[in-house]
Design a protein around this ligand. Sequence first.
Ligand code: GLN
Length: 304
Amino acid sequence: MDYNRILAEIAAEIEPLRNEGRQADYIPALAEVNPDRFGMCITSTKGDQIEWGDVEERFSIQSITKVFSLSMALSIMGEDLWERVGKEPSGSAFNSLVQLELDHGVPRNPFINAGAIVVADVLLSRLDRPQEQYIEFIRQIANDPSVDYDRRVAYSEREKGYVNAAIANMLKYYGNLNNDIEEVLRFYFLQCSVEMNCRQLSRAFLPFADRDKKFSFGNVNLTYSQVKRINAIMQTCGFYNDAGEYSYLVGLPGKSGVGGGIGAVYPGRYAVATWSPRLNVKGNSVMGMKALELLTTYTHESIF
Ligand code: GLN
């Protein structure tokens, strides 16, 4: 398959969408990013990279980090994790407060904000040096020691993080947060601030696609079956209330972030990352989703 040609075709075909959607601005630092960007990179299980566009510029991967956070928490807690957070699609916005109240403080899944805030609480309780160990794991999975937090983005989000603060307060009220609310939020915002470019992101998703290598990065070890299940949660919950649409159009387990990035996997073959900051109303990258839809359409490669 000539992936270089396919990526070029995709880039041409999504061009008319250039001005559709709006970049996230509820995090002030993200409003400063140039929205006219598009990058796409595939990393195969053999290690080859095929890329197009803005693949070197780093962006805030935001909720994509929820995949890494879940990986760490599952490795530490195993199945006990599911006593504190569910694994059902939410059908609601990623930052829904109403749903959390209806569910009595047990978030639907680890990929919405409420779920990821519980996961951050778990990591805070169980890691000796949470901030260091978290970024260390991400550097290992991305195979790149230069990956880091962008503390400016974390502070910026914290300053305006009213809804997430409300979510954390409600979790505490229902007895589903063990640590201090401010500490959990600080760690959660820091996680969301991790920066990567498309090359690094597709590389960091590769272990979720690779069926031959053990998922083992320092203290984070997952069985084949656990990796398969993380992919299942990406498929059903990775795009919030857009998960059905994304599954219908794309057919690859994936996770989006409000920085405009998407990481996805074609199990056994490759991981793919896209980045374009303009989002649809559900908080998912317009050009990124279209590019992945065209990728699976042109290649006939999807999990279905
Ligand atoms: N940091 C963002 C928030 O908590 C992450 C949301 C996202 O990427 N969907 O609102």
